[in-house]
Every structure is written in C-alpha cells, then in structure tokens.
Design a protein around this ligand. Structure first.
Ligand code: 4AD
Ligand code: MG
Length: 434
C-alpha cells in the first residue's frame, strides 16, 4: 500500500488525491514507453510507473536516465497493480531531484562478501539487508515487551567495568586514568544480580564485548546480549522462563515480519512447528553418551563444540537444553549441584540448523566461601569482587538468570548461516570498519 501522506509534504500542484514519496532509486527497468522505478522510502520499496505518453519526451528521458540511489521526491496517484509490491503502485506525475548519485558501487550483479562488508554503510540499503535489520528491530522490541509484560525492570549495566565478568581470556582492556585497567563488559550479569536483590526481577539488554580469537560463523567481538536475573528462582524455573521467553518472542517476531521473511526466502513454518514442542532438557552426561554412540571421541569433562551441538540437535530434531555441565569448565558464579558436586546447576540452550548455543544460564552460587574458592581457582582477585560478594552477606537468596545472544537468534529466525549480517556494523577480529 502506498503510504498515506502528511499533507504538509505534498507540494504537488495536483489535486488532494495526489501522493508524494521521498526516497531513493533502488532500481529501474522498462522500455522506451514505460519505466518502472523501484523507490525505497522508509525502508520499503514502492513501484513508481513512468509513462512517456503522460510525462512527455523530456521528463520521461530524465526518469529513464536516473542513476541507482539518486534521491527524489515523486508525485503521482496511487493505483492498484497486483504485481507491484504491496498490490499498489504510484503513477508518476512529476518528480524533483534531491541528491545526485554517481556510479553507486553495489550493482545488481553478484559481489563477494568481503566487498559487501567493505561497503557495509551502503549495503544496508539492499533488499535482504533491509529485511534482516527489520527482523532485528522487531525482535528487540518483542524482547523488551516480554519482560515489561512479565513485571521485569530494565537495569542498564555499565560497559566500562573494573571486574571481569566471564573469563580473563577474552577481555578488551584500556587504561583508566589513575585506576589501572578498565575492561569492556563481557556481561552485565554481576551488576544485574545486585539489582535483582533490589527489584527481584530485572533485565538488561545491550552491547557486550569478547576479545575472542574465533573466526567462526557464530562469533562477533561486539554483540548484543539480553540478560535476565530473577530472585527466589531456582534452575528449573529459570529453564521454564527461558523456554517461554524464546517461544514468545520468536512467534511474535515471525508474525510481525512475514513480508521480510518472504524477502529472505525463509519459510517460517518448520521453525514454528519446532516451537510448538517442548525443548528437551538433556543432562550433560547423557549428551556425552549420545555423542559417543554417534561415534564421537569425547570424554566426560570436555566442552561440547559446535559440530557436536549440531549432532545433538539433529538427534532430537529441535532446540535442546544441555544441563548440569562439569563445574570445572563453567564460570565461577554458577551454583554447585547439590546432587553431584562435580557439576553446576547450569544450562545452555542449543538451537538447531547449525545455529548452536543461543542461551547460557544458571542458578547462582549463594555460598560466600564457594564463590571465593572458585574466584581463586580462576586467578581472579576476590577483593575486586567485594561488592558482588556483599550480596551473599546481606539477605542472600536463591536466584538464577541467563543471557541470550541477539545475533544468533536473528540468524535462526532469518535462516542465515553467518551472524555477521545480523548486526548493522559487525565487529570481528579482522574487521573494525566501516
Ligand atoms: O554463555 P555466555 O558467555 O553467558 C554469559 O555471559 C552469562 N553471564 C549470561 C548470564 O547468565 N547472564 O553468553 C551468553 C550468550 C551465548 O549463549 C551466545 O548466544 C552469546 O551470548 N554469545 C555470543 N554471540 C556472538 N558472538 C560471541 N562472541 C558470543 N559469545 C557469547
Ligand atoms: Mg556460554
């Protein structure tokens, strides 16, 4: 549908039924009598029909010669055309040029991924990229909506921090005045835990940083993470919350982005079917057994890499939780399993189709002594965590939380194999510009 217009923007000399659109020339095709101009306005593409017989030789020639990405204001009348995007097109009466464009580098021909990423600032205008960023926008909105509806309070956690949140191996650090090293946040979790003792139910949603030297399809050095933290919640309730959360926001997003998924050739039906079934909760030990039976040489205690995650999701035919990981390979804040001291009350949610881990979460250790012991094992100075340890002194309660990587979930919804297209300006070990 051609958008109805703010009358103040309609400067056409024609009648009130005239529309105007402001945008950019995405493409142009046709013949010597009629030209079909694809105009991008507000991120959507509308068809503008230019007829020589109506416009006259001179104006028609100008339209026909408009270079890709010229910016324009067009005036005309809306008419039905079932072949046009949205079932309507604009029959052109006149136009005014706003900005020239010369030799726009991204043409309809095939370009390699490197070329496109070097031109990311322009590539964002392409059809598939418009669709992906709209899915991102809707998913982000659905996430905030979910937590607001569930009574959670948004807590904005700091990006510059003095304490290491996850692991010392993957930190970006910078000099911080006279106070030594500051780190870019790997997680907002520790701060969120403190806020959970104030508000009971809290979440944060923002950029997080990992100086990971992984060149995989699933790693960025800067990515967005949704984290939630809930007081008086155990690990089973934490998994119930995660499952309800993921299913709700995915269904909402799919419903609101049907046109975009079509533009990405993504049929959401199989994903919606998966979301209709429970996510199996598989014990880490059981996962190791399944992998061994599948011929993998893996022993209890090892982490489960992405290839093996895929073997497991294929085995179950859906997303799965892997729970109760070995204590030695997980972060210091995870609660020791009262039924098996070698494991922690943690779980990762693994998405199928090669997407892999989308959520990491756990119940949090309540014992002051046990956290201090684990910090020391990790080589982290307990005095840097005195504020965090205070939680275990003043009204400690069972609590649990999780973090979900936004870009991996976008890749899952859109059916993309690489997460670098899921963020407007990806940061990877070999890319810092544009
Ligand atoms: O499993 P992670 O490291 O968990 C935490 O940071 C916890 N503090 C969260 C919490 O309990 N509040 O990261 C959580 C999720 C992963 O499951 C993954 O989806 C995503 O963040 N993630 C990445 N996404 C893109 N690039 C990377 N380098 C990522 N590292 C983690
Ligand atoms: Mg993890």
């Amino acid at each position: 549908m051609i958008p109805s217009l703010d009358p103040s923007q309609t400067q056409s000399p024609n009648s009130a039924s005239t529309h105007s659109l402001q945008g950019w020339v995405q493409g142009l095709r046709g013949n010597n009598h009629v030209q079909f101009l694809q105009l991008r306005t507000e991120g959507k593409i509308y068809q503008v029909v230019a007829e020589k017989e109506f416009l006259g030789e001179e104006v028609f020639k100008q339209v026909k010669g408009l270079p890709q990405e010229t910016s324009l204001v067009v005036f005309g009348v809306a008419q039905e055309n079932e072949k046009a995007p949205g079932g309507q097109e604009l029959f052109l009466h006149s136009f005014t040029l706003v900005g020239d464009s010369h030799q726009y580098p991204i043409t309809p021909k095939e370009h390699g991924p490197d070329f496109l990423h070097n031109h990311r600032h322009l590539w964002l205008r392409s059809k598939r990229q418009l669709a992906i960023q709209r899915v991102r926008s809707e998913l982000s909105f659905a996430i905030r909506e979910f937590f607001r509806n569930d009574g959670y309070t948004l807590i904005d956690t700091p990006i510059l921090t003095g304490s290491i949140g996850e692991s010392a191996g993957t930190l970006f650090s910078t000099e911080y005045f006279d106070l030594g090293q500051a780190y870019l946040a790997q997680t907002g979790q520790l701060y969120l835990e403190t806020a959970a003792f104030a508000h009971s139910k809290v979440y944060c949603f923002g950029p997080t940083f990992r100086a990971e030297k992984s060149k995989t399809r699933r790693h960025l050095t800067e990515f967005w993470m949704l984290e939630a933290e809930t007081a008086f919640l155990g690990q089973d309730g934490n998994l119930d919350l995660q499952e309800r959360f993921v299913k709700t926001v995915l269904r909402t997003t799919i419903e609101r982005t049907q046109e975009d998924l079509k533009a990405l050739d993504r049929d959401p039906a199989p994903l919606l079917e998966q979301l209709g079934k429970p996510f199996p909760r598989v014990d880490y030990g059981e996962a190791i057994q399944i992998l061994k039976t599948a011929g993998e040489e893996i022993t209890w205690g090892e982490d489960i890499n992405s290839d093996r995650e895929q073997i497991l999701t294929t085995h179950f035919g859906t997303a799965i939780f892997i729970q109760n990981f070995p204590r030695a390979i997980k972060a210091f804040y995870m609660k020791q399993n009262p039924d098996n001291a070698e494991t922690v009350l943690s779980a990762d949610l693994i998405a199928p189709d090669g997407i892999g881990e989308i959520i990491g979460g756990s119940e949090r250790e309540e014992s002051y002594e046990k956290i201090v012991e684990r910090l020391k094992e990790e080589g982290l100075p307990p005095e840097d965590y005195s504020w965090y340890l205070d939680l275990r002194k003043y009204g400690s309660v069972p609590h649990a939380g999780f973090g979900m990587g936004l870009e991996r979930v976008i890749a899952w919804v859109c059916g993309l194999s690489h997460i670098r297209e899921c963020i407007p300006f990806p940061r990877m070990i070999y890319r810092l510009t544009p």
